[in-house]
Design a protein around this ligand. Structure first.
Ligand code: SF4
Ligand code: MG
Length: 327
């Protein structure tokens, strides 16, 4: 099917400079050559610990950061190389919902003014229609028309996230990066926001990249799941395959770490050794080997490529045939 968003060999390297010496002293490979596509109306869940490069990926797609290498396509068109002027014209098609809506909701502005901003900047409706459009936006995210005169601090965390979503929807986007949109909310509120995002997706044929650090939330929103570790995708496939037949030891570890009372998962609990290494110091070979309970000799030397194994793609020597075991 037609891809709404495509990412090809996307890389972002940050240079580290010594403040004292004024020279470059290292590099951080935050996103290290990733590929994926998201079909129209679908959700790709992107999961991994903090520092895995998930948010950087979202920011690269939105051009909040410039890629070091690779490209991003929107409906087949390369948007990573077009001029800023051209990008501004299509910018309304892609939006972001943040973990902390406070970061985009100016506390001195009324909700009405907050929502008018994108309507005005992108000329979505005429000024005469602002009030009506603001009321419509509030209603589709489950708030009241009367809320438009209030300020952000007068709302609960969940309501503020609804305003963040309304703000993202104001420009009638095709694609939204949802960067941990429920991580800061109470568990009871999380499912309400998730359900709202799903309803809006159906209603407006939205395509999502949904970023989360745990698999719990991902399971309920995603059509496909990509697991990220130290800047790379280590496993990607349809949501049922990932949850029923996880292949990468890291995915299995994330799964057994999820706080769902699943006796099977508890029995097979995989404890990760050590902390996640810094992206500054990515281990050689399979970057997961210092923490992997199944690591073999070859894992320390040779990096496994992401490749198809039966149901979906995985980057792990366990699935690479006889020669892998004898390195
Ligand atoms: Fe573990 Fe080796 Fe697979 Fe890496 S390649 S996940 S170290 S078994
Ligand atoms: Mg993040």
């Amino acid at each position: 099917g037609l891809e709404m968003i495509g990412v090809e060999n996307l890389k972002k390297t940050f240079a580290l400079k010594s403040k004292v010496l004024g020279i470059q002293t290292g590099e951080v490979h935050a996103v290290n050559g990733i590929n994926f596509g998201i079909r129209r109306g679908k959700t790709l869940g992107l999961v991994g610990e903090s520092g895995s490069g998930k948010s950087t990926t979202g920011r690269l797609i939105l051009r909040l950061l410039e890629p070091t290498e690779g490209k991003v396509t929107l409906e087949g068109r390369d948007i990573s190389k077009i001029s800023n002027r051209e990008f501004r014209k299509m910018r309304k098609n892609i939006q972001m919902v943040f973990q902390n809506p406070y970061s985009v909701l100016d506390y001195k502005m009324t909700i009405e003014d907050i929502l008018i901003q994108p309507l005005h900047i992108h000329k979505i409706v005429t000024p005469l229609e602002y009030k009506k459009e603001v009321e419509r936006l509030l209603e589709i995210v489950g708030l009241s028309k009367k809320d438009r005169k209030k300020f952000p601090h007068e709302f609960s965390g969940g309501q503020r996230q609804r305003i963040g979503i309304a703000r993202a929807l104001a420009t009638k986007p095709k694609f939204i990066v949802c960067d941990e949109p429920v991580s800061a909310l109470d568990v009871s509120v999380q499912s309400q926001i998730i359900n709202l995002l799903k309803d809006l997706q159906r209603e407006y044929d939205l395509t999502y990249l949904f970023i989360a650090h745990g698999l719990n939330v991902i399971k309920h929103v995603s059509d496909e799941v990509a697991v990220m570790y130290l800047g790379k995708i280590v496993e990607i496939g349809e949501v049922e395959e990932i949850f029923q037949r996880p292949k990468h030891p890291y995915t299995m570890a994330l799964m057994s770490a999820s706080p769902v009372p699943d006796p099977e998962a508890t029995r097979n609990r995989i404890q990760l050794k050590n902390e996640i290494p810094s992206a500054l110091n990515i281990p050689q070979g399979c970057s997961f080997h210092p923490r992997c309970p199944k690591a073999m000799e070859i894992c320390k030397k040779t990096e496994p490529p992401l490749e198809e194994y039966k149901t979906h793609e995985v980057a792990c020597h366990l699935y690479r045939g006889e020669e892998a075991y004898h390195g």
